[in-house]
Design a protein around this ligand. Structure first.
Ligand SMILES: Nc1ncnc2c1ncn2[C@@H]1O[C@H](COP(=O)(O)OP(=O)(O)OP(=O)(O)O)[C@@H](O)[C@H]1O
Ligand SMILES: [Mg+2]
Length: 611
C-alpha cells in the first residue's frame, strides 16, 4: 500500500534501545549489512572486501529492495521498517530492529547504495559522505540492494588507530560471515577479499551440508544431529562425536532464533553435556540452534545485538544439556534424531517451526506489517537423506526433515561408524591391552582399560541413582592397615568410603576391617582397591564440591577397579566386556574422555601395502 515502510522511531521508543557502539570494526559493518540482506528476504548474498574492509566493503543481495523514499530515510538514525512501538521490542522477530546500523556506518564512511524493488522499473542510487546524502539518481540494477562502504572510519582517526592488521580484520570478517552462513544454510553466500574468493557457498539443503561447505568433509562426518523439542523451547543442531575435541571453544556456535549470540550459560550447557566424554580442558564442536518464542528472550541488551537475556535461563539450560547429552549417550543410534523430532514435526506444508520460518511467518501474519518476508521460508533441516547401512548404524543417516519437496537429496555423507562391538569378529588381544576387531571398514582396536572403566563407571552411577552402590560381602573379612599419619583422615571419611560400596568397620586406630567391596568389581581385589582409593584420597578426604566431586571419586574408583593394560584376557572375558560395552551409555570414551576405540581404515592398510 504505502511506499514508506521505513519510518523514524519516536524518541520514546528509540531511547529504549540498548545504546552504544554499533560499528566498532569492519567485521561489525559486514555483519550489519548482511543481516539487513537477510531481513530483506535475500536468497543470495555476496560480500566483497578490500584491505580488511577498511578500503571497501560491498554487500549485494537479491532481497526486497527499497523505494527511493525508503532508501533516503534508511540512512537516518532510528529509521527502521522492522518495529514501530516499544511493545514490539519485547518480541523481536528480525535481526535488525534499532534502525541504527546504516546510519552508524554511513556516518563514518563514504557510502553508496543502489536498490530496486522487483515491482519498480528503475532503481535508485544514493551517494553519502559522512552520513550526508550528496547525490541521488536513478540507476539500472537487478532487483535487490547493493551497498558499498569505502574508507570506513575516515573521519574518526581514533577508531582507525585501533584497527588491527589487514589479515586480522579480514579474519574477523570471515568468522562473522561464517556464523551467519551456518545459521542460514538455504541462502547462498559468497565472500571475496582483495579479489580472492574466501567462501563460495551455494544454497545447501541441510545444516550439515552447509557445515561441510564451511569446515570441510573431514569434520562433517563426525557430526551427530540432535533435536529436542520441549514446550516453548527447542534445541537442535549438530554435535561432534565424543571422539573429537578441540583445544579452544571456537568450534562452538550458538544461535538463538537465528541470531548468533555469545552466552556463557549456553556454552556451559553444551560443555557439560560432554563431561566425562572428552578430556577436561578440551572443547567440543557444536552448532546449536535454539528456537523459542521471541517474547521469552530479550535481544535488546547489547548495542551489538550479540547478547541475549532469557526469561527462563534454567529451562533453556536444561533443554540444551539434554538435547546433546542424550544424543551422545548412544552414538550408535542414528534413529534418535528423528524419533525425538517426530512427535513435534508440523505437517510438511506448514513446516513453520524451524526458527527461520517462525520469524518470517509471524511477521507476515501481522496485519499492519507490509514489509516483505523478513527471512527465508524453508524449514531448518539438519541433515540430508542417506541410505541406512545395515552392518553399521551410522550417525546422521536419517534426515531430520522428511520433506522431499526440496528436490533430490544430497549425496549421502560417509559418517564415522560407531559399531556394535559385540557383533564384530574378534581377532584377539594384542600387547595384553588392546582388543583387535575386524570391521567392514577396517581394523578396530579397543583399549581394554578405557572400555572397562566406562562400563564400571556407568554401572556405579546407575547403582548410585537407584539407591546406592551395591556391596558384595567377602568370604572372610580382611584387615587393611592404614598409614598412621593419615588414619584419622580416613576414619573421618568413613561415610564416603561406605557410600562407594565398601563395607568397613574401624578396627583400632590404624586398621580398618573390610567385609565387603563394590559388587561391580567382585570381592577379590577389594582390599587392594580400598588401599588405592585411600592413597588417591586428598587432604579433604572424599568430600569436596558436592555431587560432582563424588562423581570424580567414582571415576577414580572405576579406574582403580578396572582391568589394566597388561592383563591377558580370556576369550570369554573379551566377549563379556564387549557385550557390556554395547549396553553402556557413552561407550565411545572412558570417563576421563580418552577414546575407547581407534580405527584403521581398510584403505589405509591397503595403501600401506601399495595395493
Ligand atoms: N539490504 C536491504 N534491503 C532492503 N532494505 C534494507 C536493506 N538494508 C536496510 N534496509 C532498510 O533500511 C532500514 C534501516 O536499516 P538499519 O540496518 O539501519 O536498521 P534496522 O535493520 O532496522 O535495525 P538495526 O540497526 O538493528 O540493524 C531497515 O529497517 C530496512 O527497512
Ligand atoms: Mg539492520
Amino acid at each position: 500500500m504505502s511506499d514508506h515502510i521505513v519510518h523514524i522511531l519516536p524518541e520514546q521508543v528509540a531511547s529504549q534501545i540498548a545504546a552504544g557502539e554499533v560499528v566498532e570494526r569492519p567485521a561489525s559493518a559486514v555483519k550489519e549489512l548482511v543481516e539487513n540482506s537477510l531481513d530483506a528476504g535475500a536468497r543470495s548474498v555476496s560480500v566483497e572486501i578490500l584491505g580488511g574492509g577498511s578500503a571497501l566493503i560491498a554487500v549485494a543481495d537479491d532481497g526486497s529492495g527499497m523505494t527511493r523514499a525508503d532508501a533516503i530515510l534508511s540512512l537516518r538514525r532510528h529509521a527502521t521498517s522492522k518495529i514501530r512501538s516499544a511493545a514490539d521490542l519485547t518480541a523481536i522477530r528480525t535481526l535488525g530492529f534499532r534502525g541504527e546500523a546504516l546510519a552508524s556506518i554511513a556516518s563514518v564512511s563514504h557510502l553508496r547504495m543502489q536498490t530496486r524493488r522487483a515491482a519498480d522499473d528503475n532503481g535508485v542510487e544514493l551517494a553519502a559522505q559522512a552520513g550526508n546524502i550528496e547525490d541521488t539518481r536513478t540507476c539500472a540494477i537487478a532487483a535487490g540492494t547493493r551497498i558499498e562502504v569505502r574508507q570506513l572510519f575516515f573521519n574518526t582517526p581514533a577508531r582507525l588507530k585501533f584497527l588491527k592488521t589487514v589479515a586480522t580484520e579480514q579474519g574477523a570478517i570471515a568468522e562473522s560471515f561464517q556464523r551467519v552462513a551456518l545459521a542460514n544454510h538455504q541462502i547462498a553466500f559468497r565472500l571475496s577479499a582483495d579479489g580472492r574468493v574466501v567462501f563460495d557457498l551455494p544454497r545447501a539443503n541441510s545444516v550439515l551440508e552447509r557445515f561441510r561447505q564451511v569446515f570441510g568433509p573431514k569434520i562433517a562426518t563426525k557430526m551427530l544431529a540432535f533435536d529436542l523439542d520441549r514446550p516453548g523451547i527447542r534445541a537442535q543442531g549438530l554435535a561432534a562425536t565424543s571422539q573429537e575435541s578441540f583445544a579452544t571453544g571456537r568450534m562452538l556456535y550458538t544461535f538463538v532464533n537465528g541470531r548468533a549470540v555469545r552466552d556463557r550459560m549456553l556454552i556451559r550447557a553444551v560443555e557439560q553435556a560432554y563431561q566425562t566424554l572428552i578430556p577436561r580442558g578440551r572443547h567440543p564442536a557444536t552448532i546449536l540452534f535454539i528456537d523459542m518464542r521471541p517474547e521469552d528472550v530479550d535481544v535488546n541488551v547489547h548495542p551489538m545485538k550479540t547478547e541475549v537475556r532469557f526469561r527462563n535461563g534454567g529451562a533453556v539450560f536444561d533443554v540444551v544439556y539434554h538435547a546433546i547429552r542424550d544424543r551422545l549417550s548412544d552414538q550408535t543410534d542414528s534413529a534418535s534424531v528423528s524419533t525425538s523430532a517426530e512427535p513435534s514435526m508440523p505437517p510438511a506444508d506448514d513446516a513453520a517451526m524451524g526458527l527461520i520460518t517462525m520469524s518470517s511467518k509471524t511477521t507476515q501474519d501481522r496485519a499492519d506489517d507490509r514489509a516483505p518476508s523478513m527471512r527465508s521460508d524453508s524449514p531448518l533441516r539438519l541433515v540430508p537423506d542417506a541410505p541406512i547401512d545395515k552392518a553399521f548404524q551410522r550417525p546422521l543417516t536419517l534426515a531430520y526433515d522428511r520433506d522431499a519437496r526440496g528436490g533430490s537429496p544430497a549425496a549421502p555423507i560417509p559418517a564415522t561408524p560407531i559399531p556394535m562391538y559385540s557383533q564384530l569378529r574378534v581377532i584377539g588381544q594384542i600387547f595384553a591391552g588392546y582388543i583387535a576387531l575386524e570391521t567392514e571398514e577396517g581394523l578396530l582396536l579397543i583399549d581394554q582399560h578405557a572400555a572397562h572403566e566406562r562400563v564400571t563407571f556407568e554401572k556405579l552411577r546407575r547403582e548410585l541413582r537407584d539407591g546406592g552402590i551395591r556391596t558384595q560381602s567377602m568370604l572372610a573379612p580382611v584387615s587393611v592397615e592404614l598409614n598412621p599419619a593419615r588414619a584419622s583422615q580416613v576414619h573421618a571419611a568413613i561415610t564416603e568410603i561406605r557410600a562407594m560400596g565398601f563395607e568397613v568397620e574401624p578396627f583400632g586406630p590404624t586398621t580398618l576391617l573390610l567385609k565387603g567391596a563394590p559388587a561391580v568389581f567382585g570381592p577379590e581385589g577389594g582390599a587392594k582397591l580400598l588401599t588405592d582409593m585411600i592413597e588417591s584420597m586428598g587432604d579433604a578426604g572424599f568430600r569436596g564440591g558436592g555431587e560432582s566431586a563424588f562423581e570424580n571419586w567414582l571415576k577414580q574408583l572405576a579406574c582403580h577397579g578396572s582391568v589394566r593394560v597388561g592383563r591377558v584376557l580370556e576369550p570369554a572375558e573379551i566377549h563379556s566386556l564387549l557385550a557390556d560395552l554395547d549396553r553402556t551409555e557413552f561407550k565411545t570414551n572412558c570417563p576421563h574422555g580418552r577414546p575407547v576405540h581407534i580405527q584403521f581404515a581398510r584403505g589405509q592398510i591397503e595403501r600401506m601395502f601399495r595395493r
